[in-house]
Design a binder for this molecule. Structure first.
Ligand SMILES: Nc1nc2c(ncn2[C@@H]2O[C@H](COP(=O)(O)OP(=O)(O)OP(=O)(O)O)[C@@H](O)[C@H]2O)c(=O)[nH]1
Ligand SMILES: [Mg+2]
Length: 206
């Protein structure tokens, strides 16, 4: 099984643990307890490719957003293949805080890391403070920015889709498919790790 580390970042109460609970256990708690330090969950995700299905084992690291724990974050960003950076659509300050998370991730993670901005709590329409348009304008300054995924962990809207979207980016960035045996392996290798065939042209698995 191919294993990848994913980190979930964002201000206190944006809904990091709730997003993970919805993805991994399909549950939602109105009274979710604040994370202390860091938590950890595993989830396997399978992506259908044109050639064959690809299964990845995600190690998902959930950080406490509270200021006093932020000194822990740089060490955990190390070795991550993807970072979810969350803001809460009902709290404008959490959008501004994205700059801080991006700076810490860029300073501590591999330059190849996939970064994805996630808008949370879109079910809370009546108390919304940040529109998708405003958030998109805010994020356009990042050269890696593509689009925001809007989610609700309460209803489950777009939660699995958000992870699938990022997993596809991880696959495209890190893996290739062997033209000889059809197995999927790391792009850094010059020979297929399964059948030994030499890589002449890199072929994306999806
Ligand atoms: N309505 C609604 N509430 C949500 C949603 N996601 C999270 N919440 C609520 O927001 C609060 C904070 O959620 P958490 O998942 O604990 O937030 P967190 O980012 O992990 O917070 P820290 O661990 O303190 O950094 C909880 O009361 C959740 O029930 C959502 O999609 N919709
Ligand atoms: Mg939490």
């Amino acid at each position: 099984m191919l294993k990848y580390k994913i980190i979930i970042a964002g201000a206190k109460d944006v809904g990091k643990s709730s997003l993970i609970a919805r993805l991994c256990d399909n549950i939602f708690k109105e009274d979710m307890k604040a994370t202390i330090g860091v938590d950890f969950k595993r989830k396997s995700i399978t992506v259908k490719g044109p050639h064959k299905d690809i299964s990845l084992d995600l190690n998902i690291w959930d950080f406490a957003g509270e200021e006093k724990y932020r000194t822990l974050f740089p060490a955990y960003a190390n070795g991550a293949s993807a970072a979810f950076i969350l803001f809460d659509t009902t709290n404008k300050e959490s959008l501004d805080d994205i700059d801080n998370w991006v700076r810490i991730i860029d300073g501590n993670a591999h330059s190849n890391i996939v970064k994805q901005i996630i808008a949370t709590k879109i079910d809370l329409k009546s108390v919304r403070e940040v529109s998708k348009k405003d958030a998109t304008e805010f994020c356009q300054k990042y050269d890696w920015f593509t689009e925001i995924t809007s989610t609700s962990s309460k209803t489950g809207e777009n939660v699995e889709e958000a992870f699938l979207f990022v997993v596809k980016k991880i696959i495209k960035r890190n893996l290739q498919i062997c033209k000889t045996c059809g197995d999927v392996f790391n792009k850094k290798l010059k020979n297929c790790q399964y059948c030994g065939a030499k890589v002449e042209i890199e072929v994306s698995p999806i």
